[in-house]
Every structure is written in structure tokens, then in C-alpha cells.
Design a protein around this ligand. Structure first.
Ligand SMILES: [Zn+2]
Length: 528
């Protein structure tokens, strides 16, 4: 054996009988007990002794780090619960802003309006008269003040082929709600662009906090706004502690030439950040009435696909499958999941072994769970979207829209796992917090804090929840053979926690300290 670059000695190694491992060239080259380590080192070997348990590196299967860095600009509104609170914060910010300056905010919940219509006017005239743009928590909608809309020349309804649009009241006057990114962009493009160094600094900070929470990688579900220079700047500064696998969007207006360009770009990037697959949106969100449901929601909304021609989507899936490029499809409503599964099943019949995943799967009846299982798709799900945004009593925007009759069809993690579907888990950060320990816990409890469990029958076991961040994430990336487990030859991406999360009560997992992370054989986070 060549001398190891790194030797990690801990109390235990998850899934093995060992307590130490050696790493060379980014791979695990030996596993054994403490006594074996004397034969592993050489000149230049770094040995770290850590309390706790070494796990395969935890990977968030769905995140948007650059979007998070860009939108976490301005006021953090994630904790705001009432309209009164929001008015107070914004009124002060508008008063303190320089004349003509923008007031920006992010992370705002629809539930602040408690079911009343969401309008910029409800923020009060002082706010509505200033240049204000607030990102809703789901990143699929925003609220712009009247002054901001006027500046953008938006004075009536606008719609886009994708279903994006400017919401209007009965008189045809914009309410301030901008749905989906083309509509948001009508106003956002007027906001002064930040210097690259400022966004890069925020991105590096977010990635470092992700590492400190135990993450060694993330599947990045966008490549919007030409972020290559940002990623490069962060890596150049040696501040990229996560392996990032990036999936640019394929929208309905793209042509076969665009698809071929994306196929050609796959694999490009830097050392730890690479274009890996592609991402489709078959629908929007239930919260905004833009999902694709088999039966409309209580407002008669969420009835169609983002792809005007779902057959065109199926053709795109087949094209990427033929080229060996992994696909990911955002499909939240049951009709969207059904169409994704059917398209993937057809692509896999023609191209066996092609890799496809479905993102979110928020609403699925038994027939659709079976269709997903039969398709060979991997299910990429976000348990905290259920535990944080849905209430067991149904008194939230999402539940009101789908109605009580369909409440039992939400976030069916257990049903999917029991039917043999490979599950990858993640946060969708910045939509929800990224801490994997909290998500692994809430996947088991189906509740946040003292809240009532939401759909307790869909709770995962501890082993299933951890697998979602390890073997499931590896499978979703097409790396089941060399990532997600601790064994000789596997990639040395490691997370060291104070205890094994499969041996703790789920309630205790969020408090487990992250003693270290290793990415590509290099210690990236060490508990200070
Ligand atoms: Zn997302």
C-alpha cells in the first residue's frame, strides 16, 4: 500500500467493524482498527483522532447554493409570522433606505397573510410607495410594491408560456404578486447588480456553514444567471468545502440544438463543481396554484403542466437518456409525477441503465407511487417541506388548496421506500434550512419541534433516513458503486458525527456535533 495522505481514527466507522481508515488520492485505501494504522502512514501523512462515528459524507440531494447566495440579499424574513410584524420591519427599512434605493427581502411565508389575498397594498402605503421586492420562501414567487411595478412598466396582467405571470385583482390591477421566474425577473432586472466578489463572499460563507452542519456534497438544481465565475472564484479562494453536482435547467422553449449544447457541456466546471445532469420543471408549486394536479385545487388552479406540450418533455428526456446525461424533473403535483414516471419508463425502456430522478413528489396516490416504482426513477424528496410548511390540522395554504380528501397523499416517503424506490433526501435550500441532522430527524418524526406529526405513516426508519443522505444520494448521482458507503476503493467523502444517527433517538440527532468533514480525501471542516 502506498503511504496514506490522511488517516482518520474515531470510535467507530458506520457500517463496518473498523475504527480507523486510510485515504490516498481521494479514495479509502484501508479500513481497520487502531493497531493497523501504524502500517498506513509515511512522511506527509496527516493523522486525525476524532471522537465519534465516521459516516459516509452526507450529501444534500437538492439545493440551490448560488440562488441562496443571491436571494439572501436584504432582509431575512424567514422568521416573520404575522402581517403586523412584516409591516413593522418593512416600514422601518423603507424609512431608513436612501431615496431611490431598493428594499429587498427573502424567505417570506404565504401564511403571513393567513389565507387573505396577498397584495403589496396590504403592506401599507409607505411600503407600497417605495421600491420593494420580497422573495417568497418557495423562490417561485415574489411580491413587488406598486412603485417597483411602475418602475418596471408593469400595469396589467402578463402571462408567459411556462405559466409564469403577474397576478391581478378583479379590476385587472397588479396585486404585486409575481409568479415564477420570468415574472419575477420583470422587476428583479431593475435591481442594481451586486459585485461578483460580494456574492462570492456570501456563497463561500453559506458553503462553509453547510460543511459545519455535516454536508460534504450537494446536488445543485440550477445553473441560472451564469454562475461559473462565482463558483470559480470560491474554489480559487479555496473556500469550496462541498462537492457540487450541478444541473442546468431545460425549459420548454429550448430546441434540440440547445439540448445538444447542454449534453456537450456536461462534465465541465472546476475541481469540485461540475455540470452533472439537467433539470426540468414539469410544474410549479401547489402553494402558488401552479402545480399540475389530476384534480384542480380549491381555487380551480394547478391544472396544467409547465410544458405546453408534455410530449415535448418526454422527447427531451429520451434525448438526454440516449446521451447518458442524468435527468432530474421537478414534479410536485400528482399529474406531473405521473407524466414524469411515464416519460422516464419509456426512456429507460429504450436506454436501459439511463439515470433519472424526480424531485419533490409532494402529492401521490397509490397508483402514482406504483408508477414511480415501475419507472426506475429515483425519488428526491425534502421531508422538512412537509414538517415545516404543512400543519397536521390542515390550516395552511398548501393543505387548504389540495383539500382534506387528498391530505393523506402528501410526501409519501415511506410508501415509496417500501415499494423499492431509491430515495435521496435534501433541503431545497434556500427554500428550507439545509442542516442534514434536522432533516434526518424530521424524516423519522414527520414533525418539527412540538408540532403534531404530519402523515405519521410516512415516517422513515433511522436507517432509511440516513440512507437518503448517503447511499440514496450516491445512487441519484450515478455513483452507487463508489460513493455513499465506507469501504476500500470508495471516495473519501466523510462526515464525523458525535454519534451514529441510526443509534440515537431522532430527537437527539439535530444536536449531534459535527466533529469533521472530509471531501476528496481532505479535511474540510474540523470542529473548533
Ligand atoms: Zn429546488
Amino acid at each position: 500500500m502506498t503511504a496514506a495522505d490522511l488517516v482518520v481514527v474515531a470510535d467507530a466507522l458506520h457500517g463496518t467493524t473498523g475504527e480507523a481508515l486510510a485515504v490516498a488520492d481521494g479514495r479509502i485505501v484501508a479500513i481497520g482498527d487502531r493497531r493497523d494504522t501504524s502500517g498506513w502512514g509515511g512522511r506527509g501523512t496527516r493523522t486525525v483522532h476524532l471522537p465519534g462515528v465516521v459516516l459516509p459524507g452526507l450529501v444534500d440531494a437538492h439545493a440551490h447554493p448560488v440562488l441562496g447566495a443571491r436571494v439572501s440579499r436584504g432582509l431575512d424574513l424567514q422568521g416573520v409570522r404575522t402581517l403586523g410584524e412584516l409591516r413593522t420591519i418593512l416600514t422601518r427599512a423603507c424609512r431608513e433606505a436612501a431615496p431611490g434605493a431598493w428594499v429587498l427581502g427573502w424567505g417570506l411565508s404565504h401564511d403571513v397573510w393567513e389565507g387573505a389575498p396577498i397584495t403589496a397594498a396590504s403592506l401599507g402605503s409607505a411600503v407600497d410607495g417605495a421600491l420593494v421586492l420580497l422573495r417568497m420562501f418557495d423562490a417561485h414567487s415574489a411580491l413587488a410594491s406598486s412603485a417597483a411595478l411602475a418602475r418596471a412598466g408593469v400595469d396589467g396582467p402578463r402571462t408567459f408560456p411556462s405559466g409564469a405571470g403577474v397576478a391581478v385583482d378583479a379590476e385587472g390591477t397588479p396585486t404585486g404578486v409575481l409568479q415564477e421566474h420570468e415574472a419575477i425577473d420583470l422587476v428583479e432586472r431593475l435591481v442594481p447588480v451586486e459585485a461578483l466578489a460580494d456574492v462570492a463572499e456570501r456563497l463561500a460563507g453559506h458553503l462553509e456553514r453547510m460543511a459545519a452542519a455535516g454536508l460534504t456534497g450537494a446536488h445543485v438544481m440550477d445553473f441560472e444567471g451564469d454562475p461559473a465565475a462565482l463558483y470559480a472564484a470560491v474554489e480559487e479562494a479555496d473556500r469550496m468545502p462541498l462537492r457540487l453536482r450541478i444541473h442546468p435547467w431545460v425549459d420548454p422553449s429550448t430546441t434540440e440544438q440547445d439540448w445538444d449544447a447542454l449534453i456537450g457541456a456536461t462534465g465541465s466546471g472546476g475541481r469540485l463543481w461540475r455540470l452533472h445532469g439537467v433539470k426540468f420543471f414539469l410544474d410549479g408549486t401547489i402553494d402558488n396554484g401552479t402545480a399540475w394536479l389530476t384534480h384542480a385545487d380549491c381555487h380551480g388552479q394547478s391544472v396544467r403542466s409547465t410544458w405546453p406540450s408534455p410530449a415535448h418533455y418526454a422527447a427531451a428526456i429520451a434525448r438526454f437518456a440516449a446521451a447518458g446525461v442524468p435527468t432530474a424533473t421537478h414534479a410536485i403535483g400528482d399529474a406531473a409525477v405521473r407524466h414524469a414516471a411515464a416519460s422516464i419508463a419509456a426512456a429507460r425502456a429504450a436506454h436501459p441503465g439511463s439515470l433519472h430522478r424526480i424531485e419533490h413528489l409532494e402529492l401521490t396516490g397509490d397508483d402514482i407511487v406504483d408508477a414511480v416504482a415501475g419507472s426506475g426513477a429515483i425519488a428526491s424528496m425534502q421531508p422538512t417541506h412537509c414538517t415545516r410548511f404543512i400543519r397536521a390540522d390542515g390550516r395552511d395554504n398548501w393543505s387548504a388548496r389540495v383539500g382534506r380528501a387528498r391530505a393523506g397523499q402528501s410526501w409519501r416517503t415511506r410508501a415509496l421506500a417500501d415499494r423499492g424506490v431509491m430515495l435521496a433526501l435534501g433541503s431545497d435550500w434556500p427554500i428550507a434550512p439545509f442542516d442534514p441532522r434536522e432533516i434526518i430527524a424530521e424524516a423519522q418524526t414527520r414533525r418539527h419541534g412540538d408540532g403534531e406529526p404530519v402523515g405519521a405513516a410516512e415516517a422513515l426508519s433511522a436507517a432509511q433516513a440516513l440512507a437518503g443522505y448517503t447511499t440514496g444520494a450516491a445512487a441519484a448521482a450515478g455513483h452507487a458503486a463508489d460513493e455513499g458507503r465506507l469501504a476500500v476503493g470508495m471516495r473519501a467523502d466523510l462526515t464525523v458525527l458525535a454519534a451514529d444517527p441510526t443509534q440515537c433517538a431522532p430527537e437527539d440527532v439535530p444536536a449531534l456535533s459535527v466533529n469533521a468533514t472530509v471531501v476528496d480525501g481532505r479535511v474540510r471542516h474540523l470542529r473548533g
